[in-house]
Design a protein around this ligand. Structure first.
Ligand code: FMN
Length: 300
């Protein structure tokens, strides 16, 4: 018998997410409220944009894709994320007025890390952070678009936290061990993620979530999940398994490319609407009430 091995974490993650089913609890239920308190603000939903980079202008439109989705985030009143970029581009993102967390790369040039974080704070970023899951590559330390990456120690991360008044977000946490270190260094949020499958056989973020949630109990660290989030059902499952919020990813790209700001808005509103529908059908009136009581894990 032939057996096809699948090491692609995106496929493993999708399969895991689809193996989780939802029970209804309708009697006494109400239309749910999806507003969410997160790091000091109330957002319209617990859905966030992904920390993307290198999106140029689509179809000769005026703004780059990064600015377009940032404008959408502002108009939707959701938390916005961006990734690798130089300061001038971040300045343009900040100018959209979106509440934005800048995820800085783990550059070998530590001066660049600090400069990008300071710049973000100076132009009004909502938070700063780092994607710790893009340090290594198959040749050792990775080089990303010509930029050398470097190992980040807990002490280095703690010094970034101490260098700014902004909440610090560590992106790319996929174990209890790293989650606990993030709490110890003073991070205010983590993004549980495998960075769209960089690591073969990476565990689905939702699979490690319950353990991470338990390990962070009583600690002041918010949990965001990304990877494969494409619907309200995905966001619901993430929150039910322990997240405070979830970020869409490549799932928003077709809408962004086709219709820019309006496309992203429509896509994310649909995600939020499905989340509200499922919460209402499962007897949760607000996001902070959601737990795993209505989830059923199947093996078929
Ligand atoms: C075009 C593109 C650029 C990205 N750039 C960054 C980046 O600069 N920093 C980062 O932390 N993650 C980056 N990511 C990863 C996303 O933030 C996110 O973790 C990932 O796309 C989630 O998986 P999904 O697309 O399957 O939902 C990028 C992803 C894409 C598709």
């Amino acid at each position: 018998m032939e057996y096809n091995r699948i090491s692609d974490a995106n496929i493993i993650t999708a399969k895991y997410m689809d193996s989780i089913l939802i029970k209804e609890r309708l009697i006494d239920s109400v239309v749910a409220d999806i507003k969410t308190d997160f790091l000091g603000s109330t957002f319209d939903m617990p859905v966030m944009t992904p920390a993307f980079s290198h999106l140029g202008k689509y179809n000769d439109r005026e703004l780059t894709g990064l600015e377009e989705y940032s404008v959408a985030a502002k108009e939707l009143n959701i938390l916005n994320f961006v990734g690798m970029m130089e300061n001038d581009m971040f300045g343009r993102i900040a100018a959209t007025g979106a509440k934005t967390v800048r995820i800085v790369k783990p550059y070998a040039d530590n001066g660049k890390v600090r400069d990008q974080m300071q710049y973000a704070e100076s132009v009004g970023a909502y938070g700063i952070g780092m994607d710790i899951d893009h340090i290594f590559g198959n040749q050792g330390l990775d080089v990303v678009i010509g930029e050398q990456m470097e190992v980040q120690t807990a002490d280095m991360l703690a010094s970034y936290v101490a260098s700014s008044k902004l909440p610090f977000v560590v992106k790319g946490v996929l174990s209890v061990e790293d989650a606990v270190k993030c709490a110890e260094i003073g991070a205010k949020a983590i993004i549980v993620s495998h960075h769209h499958g960089r690591l073969p056989y990476a565990v689905p973020p939702m699979m490690v979530l319950p353990d991470i949630k338990e390990a962070l109990k009583g600690k002041d660290v918010k949990i965001i999940v990304d990877c494969g989030i494409a619907s309200g059902a995905d966001v619901y499952k993430a929150i039910a398994l322990g997240a405070d919020a979830a970020a869409v990813g490549r799932s928003m790209l077709p809408a962004l490319e086709k219709e820019g700001v309006e496309g992203v808005k429509k896509f994310i509103i649909d995600v939020g609407n499905e989340l509200r529908f499922i919460m209402s059908c499962t007897g949760y009136s607000k996001v902070s009430d959601i737990d795993d009581k209505c989830l059923v894990k199947t093996t078929f």
